[in-house]
Design a binder for this molecule. Structure first.
Ligand SMILES: [Zn+2]
Length: 52
């Protein structure tokens, strides 16, 4: 029913999230694991989600 994969902010629940740029080598490893960083536009928290 819900085709779009939503990635709400885990802190405030906002859907105003954007994909964040990677920082450091640790996040290159995350990319290998298909995990990408996101950033909430509302509360500015960074979090990680599967890229799938
Ligand atoms: Zn938030």
């Amino acid at each position: 029913m819900d085709e779009k994969i939503e990635r709400p902010c885990p802190k405030c629940g906002s859907r105003e999230v954007s994909r964040s740029r990677r920082h450091g080598v640790g996040e290159r490893l995350l990319k290998f694991l298909m995990i990408v960083p996101f950033r909430c536009e509302v509360c500015n928290v960074r979090f990680f989600q599967w890229a799938l």
